[in-house]
Structures are given as structure tokens and as C-alpha cells.
Write a protein that binds this ligand. Sequence first.
Ligand code: ISL
Length: 552
Amino acid sequence: MKKKWWKESVVYQVYPRSFRDTTGNGVGDIWGILEKLDYIKSLGVDVIWLCPVYESPNDDNGYDISHYRKISEDFGGQNAFDELLEQMHKKGLKLVMDLVANHTSDEHAWFQEAKKSKDNPFRDYYIWKDGKNGGPPNNWTSFFSGSAWEYDEATQQYYLHYFTKKQPDLNWENPKVRREIFDVVEYWFEKGVDGFRMDVISLISKPEGLPNTKYEKFQDTIVHDYANGPKIHDYLKEMNQEVLSKYDIMTVGEGPGIDLKNGPLYVGEERKELDMVFHFDHMFIDCGIGGKYDPQPFTLNDFKQVFTNWDDVLKDKGWGSIFLGNHDFSRMVSRFGDDGRYHQASAKLLATLLLTLRGTVYVYQGDEIGMTNVAFDSISDYNDVETLNAWKEAEQQGEDMDAFLSIVHSQSRDNARTPVQWNDDKNAGFSKGEPWLKVNPNYTHINVAKQEQDPNSILNYYREMIAFRKANPALVYGNYACLDENHGQLYVYRRWDADGDFLVLHNFSDAPQTFNADLKENNYTLAKSNLNTNKLNNFSLDPWQSKILKIV
Ligand code: ISL
């Protein structure tokens, strides 16, 4: 496997709206990121992925861009951005931006033109169709509830929007659209940006003829109808050739509908498309027919299988990305760990997991202190458009709304968007004003300032684990083999190459567990654990314990 800086990097994801507000308007800003740059650097990470900071009416918090070359004044404008890039580079940090090119905002100049008339030169930048039998052109639904089509009275046609109706999909069939996007990418690379995370890039090529979907489960519709369209790889190859290949940058494509079969097609090194993708196999592991708002139990074995299968399909071909949370899902410790009694141990276990798998590691802001889900009493405290639309739909369908509120508590994207908990001052030290989204009341005991003081904190454990990974390249590049596929509580794997050999054990339960395996031929030393333990170099684990054993 060829060595590359981005394979060895640990990426820290910043959702700027919730990171740190320096102006008191309740919205995080780039000046706030600058203020905390030394903190980010102190984690030992190499790259910041910055969620969208462009001009936007914020129907979907910046994922609806109205100007691709302008930094939103809410976030501090171009000056703040230039300063951020300069300071980051001085400190040896790289900056990856978010490219949202499946759709624009309906307030983007292109769409404003496009909707003027059927023969407007920009009409073909978007996907317009006549209705059928007095309704939309097909039965597609939006990611955020309701039809994926919006009727435009003035020109009497529908336009396609996979997300909100304020996020019309671009028509990538149109070479002018592709040129516009490639120019945007080039514009930011020329400014010195080090890469792009490409939003829903798997959705840019639409299926021929836009046929009705026959699937009941939305996840299936995504895989079979919306994602991986017939021209997707042509478009990515073209983008690579036209612009990506000319710079020493990294790309990670976000990919609903990317699966084990097509994943390697996006990131195969020979194919020259993208460097990495985010697949969602583990993130939708608990979704039922109704999708995210229809949560179902899952097993640890299914969870392990996802990582094992992906390592298997990518090894020797391309490179993976390892993440357990982002701004679209609930908090990883609440979801895959235990945010009650074993909060600290399980948050550290998940950190150990993240930092010992093969692939580039992405840490989402706040996870390094074990931030948890929140449970607001009223839907009026929620902001996320996905949550609010799902709520409206459930109301219309006459669902039990008390029960639905508890689903919101576990599933809402706002779980990951509550402001970062810096200290126990008012608003967790996030803002002197009224935060755009309430802070999680547990900030009084879960916060950065407190964890800075505690050598055993989750925060300091992240620092240690990041340093540990960097000191042991076998954890980055080494082979991976899962050793306990059928154990319901343990996840045990080996990572090895010429540089080192490790056995990594995790106990995903609140009871002690022992790994029974005949591995006696080796000698083990305990290289790291998330718990202070006296059971050193054996295979017994306390509740939510991780151990990294060095094989000598
Ligand atoms: O959040 C999800 C499920 O609840 C995902 O399906 C998510 O909508 C999907 O992965 C796409 O996410 C990305 O594009 C969206 C934006 O709202 C998300 O924040 C972004 O990460 C539209 O741009």
C-alpha cells in the first residue's frame, strides 16, 4: 500500500455553527475556530474538515450554498477565512473544505435565473420535468420527508430536490455545470485549501429516465435509484483529470448508497477518482423500513462485520475512512457506547476502536470529551430540518407524538449539533449570547476545561491514543484480521505488518468478558488500555475495557 500523508492523518471535523461563537450572536464563527486552534492542534490531529462556511440562507445549515466563492459573513467572511488558513498552515494543520455540489440553494444566482423561464440559459443547470397525471413526475421522496419534486407555478414544471425544496439538484449531465463546479474546486485549491469532503457525491448522476422507485425502504431507494448513477464514475474521473490530479490534496466523498460492491470503484487507486469515501453501513445499522426515525436494535456482530467487510474489499485496492459519528447522526458514545454509568470507559473504548482500525480517522468535534445526546422536552427546541420535517410527517400520519419525541431524542441530528462544551460558564463557554441551539445541560460536568485538569479524562486519552497511533504505523497501514466474529460482546482483531504486531480487544458490555483463543504461542505485553487495570497481559477485560496488546 502506497504511503500518503492523508492516509496517516487524523482529521478533526468542525461544525462551525456549534464550535465557538466570538461575537455573541449565538452562532459559532471562524474567529472561534482561530481562538481554539491551539486546542485542536494539541489533540495531535493533522487536518481540519470544515463543514460548509459559504454564503447560505441556512435552510440546511450551510448545505444549501448560494455562493460558492463567498464565505458567509455570519462566520466572519473572507478575512476570517484567510486568517484561518494562514494560521493553520503555520501550525502545520491542513484544511479540508466541504464541497456541496449535488445541489445549490434555491437562492443561488443560477437557480434564480433558471426559474425565470423554460428557455433561460441556466434552466438546464437543474432538473426540470413536466408533471404526470396532475402530480409530480415520479414517486421519489426527499431525504427530508415528502416528495422530491417541487412545482414551480411560473413555469409550470417541477424541479428535483433530494433534500429540502430550497436545495434544488444540479444537472451534472450539463457540461457547463461540471465546468462551473470544477472551477470552484480549483478556485479553493489556488487559495491553498488542502482538500474536499464531497457532500452526497454518490448522488450526482441521476438514473436514466428517472423511473419510479419500487422500494419500500428508503435506504433501498437510495442504493438502487438515487446513488451510483450511470455516469458517476465518468464525472469523478473527469473531475480528477481536470482538477484534483493537479494538486497534492485529499478527497473524501460522502456516499449514501455506497456499498461493498461499488465502494472500491470510487476509491480504487488505479481508477483515479476519489481518495476515500464515507460509507454508512454502520451508521444505518439500526434503521428500519422507515429509515432513521424507525430505529431497530442491532448486534455487535453486525457492527463488527461492517468494519471487517470494508477492510476486506479495500485492502490492496484503495483506502478507507473510519468514523463513528458526524453532524448528521446521534453522538457516538450514546449510540455505540454507554452514556450513563460507563460513559468514560466506553467513550475511551470507542476512541481506541477509531484509532486502531485501518483507514483515515475522522474525529467529530466534542467526541473527544465524550459529548452525549441531548433530550429536549419540546420539539420547539429542535432546529434540524430533517427532524422537524419528520415530526410534521408523523403528526400528519397520526402517530403517537410522545413516542415520536423519544425517537427524536435518540435520532435527531441536533444531538450532534449542540454547542461544544468548553467549560461550566453560562452556555458552556460557547457564546455570550443566546445559542442558536440550546447547550446540552450536562455541560456542567462534561466540558473541556474540566477534562484538561484530569490526566485520566477522555480528552487526554484521545491525545494519548492519537500519539500512540502515530508512533505505531502498523496501526495505520498494517493488515487487519477479526478474530472473534461470533462473540456477541467482544470485538478482537489483530493489526500487523513488518513494523509491529498488535492484538486489540474491546469489551462492548457492562460485564467482564474473557477472550478464549489459543494464541499461546505468542508473548504479549500490554501496550495500552482505556482503564487503569491490574489484569495486565491477559485476555480478560473489565466492563467496557479496551486493551492493546503488543505481540512480541
Ligand atoms: O443524515 C442522514 C440521515 O439522517 C443522511 O442521510 C444525510 O442526509 C446524508 O448522508 C447526506 O448528508 C449530507 O448532505 C445533506 C446535509 O443535510 C447533511 O448535513 C450532509 O452531511 C444535504 O446536503
